[in-house]
Design a protein around this ligand. Structure first.
Ligand SMILES: [Zn+2]
Length: 88
């Protein structure tokens, strides 16, 4: 868990900006498992699927997105685990 922070001096401030779902905002943008460029922006360096609270995807599109990522992994378009980083 995160270490305890220093007490805030100002009034309570929302530090996570509400982000609009990218796919809801742009109707032309479609989730496709062959679209590696779009999907790769939703996975972390380690190849993990980034949670929706980070990117602000709505539940519907996050579900579609993760399905597409998993599909793309199966046909080796996306990595299951990190590429560049060598562990240990
Ligand atoms: Zn959406």
């Amino acid at each position: 868990m995160a270490p305890p922070r220093a007490p805030r001096q100002h009034k309570k401030k929302t530090f996570i900006r509400k982000r609009v779902c990218r796919f809801c905002a742009d109707k032309n943008l479609d989730i496709d498992y062959k679209d590696v460029k779009t999907l790769s922006s939703f996975i972390s360096d380690q190849g993990k699927i980034v949670p929706s609270r980070i990117f602000g995807n709505c539940a519907k599109h996050q579900r579609k997105c993760s399905e597409a990522i998993k599909r793309a992994r199966q046909i080796a378009l996306l990595p299951y685990s990190g590429t560049s980083r060598v562990v240990r």
